[in-house]
Design a protein around this ligand. Structure first.
Ligand code: UGA
Length: 432
């Protein structure tokens, strides 16, 4: 099939590359000339394991094309995917839909034959209705169908999530379109993914409901972890014991820092905004969001305790600063709260992250990036294991820190308390 993917950001690139890899002809469009130039010369602007190789393979075999020429791409395609960003608005919690509507206005001139217009961007309920209205303004007769097909791609696991999703959600009542998209997704459905169709508004809501639910699950386990620390119960045992109940499930029950990234915080807040708009109370999601905000502060307090409030010229080392492993994304990462806080208290901050140096810390004089674990840990007073990258899972701290009384705060529960005790390391963790 011929596909046009509008927006070559994270979702657009993964979607485009994966559809091309399934044998389709894909036009990836973006209005950022530099980005398209870079992509055409083999530079990928995002960090996503496996994407590089897949993109190159499909680029060489000309199944994927990068262009700024929206007109040509739309005219040549049967299915258009809208994959532009929907960041939170400056004023409040609502999703900013300007980019989405701009795309709708731009493509309506080029609807020369029947087109399926699919929204993959995370958009609040009723956005599809508004896109349809915008496009209808210019079309002579309704020669298109606007469909919602939300993505459920996790950063760092996006290729795998695209190829082996639990479900493909398609929101439309149009039978012809249900068939067209079923054909497009057939290679994935044949491998076991459930193809689930519902109304367009239903699909839009499923995306927000899923993200807000997972975020709530994390806030829930994080609050239980707070209790566990006071009553000497191990939160990992509680997670396992709960997760064994199939109705609950074991995933997204790992206690840790505040949840971050570009999706959970943003989408939970956007769902609250939708609730307001339709005069429906979302007290549970509201609490989960508040709980997550409080968690950032709570963790600064925990580190104060660990350091007995002595920070002046102490070396605090962060292993990992991104919000999770296998990504270079810093958005809403807990490190962004912790690092400035401890700088203010007079500490010196070092960090190492496998995804590289972060420009966001350039403004601080006392934040230093190191390019390997041994150097960054040497002579540290406190090591904060912030992100669960694999390479942080079996470090011989005693050998590399070379300091008598260093401390470790393991926010991801990567090490065994008993082992640390045996090695006489001052070890602190979450929920134990
Ligand atoms: C999330 C969803 O998982 C995807 O299904 C969705 O498509 C995506 O948002 C999106 O809306 O685009 P992502 O933000 O990439 O994906 O990251 P997750 O792996 O879900 O992790 C989110 C946050 O939760 C991270 O800060 C992570 O450390 C935290 N987390 C996750 C926990 O603290 N505990 C857990 O058990 C799981």
């Amino acid at each position: 099939m011929k596909i046009c993917v509008i927006g070559s950001g994270y979702v657009g690139l993964v979607t485009g590359v994966c559809f091309a890899d399934l044998g389709n002809k894909v036009y990836c469009v973006d209005n950022d000339i530099k980005k398209i130039k870079n992509l055409n010369s083999g530079y990928i602007p995002i960090f996503e394991p496996g994407l590089d190789e897949l993109l190159k393979r499909n680029f060489i075999s000309k199944r994927i094309l990068f262009t700024t020429n929206l007109k040509k791409a739309v005219l040549s395609s049967d299915i258009l995917f809208i994959c532009v960003g929907t960041p939170i608005t400056k004023k409040g919690d609502a999703a900013n839909l300007n980019y989405v509507f701009q795309v709708a206005r731009s493509i309506r001139k080029f609807i020369n034959k029947f087109k399926v217009i699919v929204t993959k961007s995370t958009v609040p309920v009723t956005t599809g209705d508004r896109i349809e209205k915008i496009i209808n303004l210019k079309a002579k007769k309704k020669n298109f169908e606007v469909v919602s097909n939300p993505e459920f791609l996790r950063e760092g696991e996006a290729i795998r999530d695209f190829r082996y999703p639990d479900r493909i959600v398609v929101g439309t009542n149009n039978k012809k379109v249900i068939k067209i998209l079923e054909n497009l997704y057939a290679p994935i459905i044949n491998k076991g993914a459930k193809y689930f169709t519902t109304s367009r508004r239903g699909a839009e809501l499923i995306k927000y409901a899923s993200n807000a639910f997972l975020a709530t699950k994390i806030s829930y386990i994080n609050e239980l972890a707070n209790l566990c620390e006071k009553i000497k119960v191990d939160i990992t045992d509680v997670s396992v014991g709960m997760g064994l109940d199939k109705r609950i499930g074991s995933r997204f029950l790992r206690a840790g820092p505040a949840f971050g990234g570009s999706c959970f915080p943003k989408d939970s807040r956007a769902l609250l905004d939708t609730g307001k708009k339709f005069k429906t109370e979302f007290s549970i999601v509201k609490s989960a969001v508040e709980s997550n905000e409080k968690r950032r502060v709570l963790l600064t307090k925990r580190i104060q305790e660990i350091m007995s409030k002595k920070f002046k010229n102490k070396i605090i080392t962060f292993l990992g600063v991104t919000f999770k492993p296998n990504t270079d994304d810093m958005r809403e990462s807990t490190s962004l709260t912790l690092i400035p806080y401890f700088l203010k208290k007079g500490a010196i901050i070092r960090y190492y992250d496998p995804s590289g140096k972060k420009d966001i810390f350039n403004k601080y004089k006392k934040v230093f990036y190191y390019s390997n674990i041994s150097d960054v840990c040497l002579k540290s007073d406190l090591i904060v294991i912030h992100t669960e990258w694999n390479e942080f899972k079996s470090i011989e701290f005693r050998k590399i820190v070379k300091k008598k009384n260093f401390k470790i705060f393991d926010m991801r529960g990567l090490y065994s308390q008993n082992l640390m005790k045996k090695e006489k390391i001052n070890y602190y963790c979450i929920g134990k």
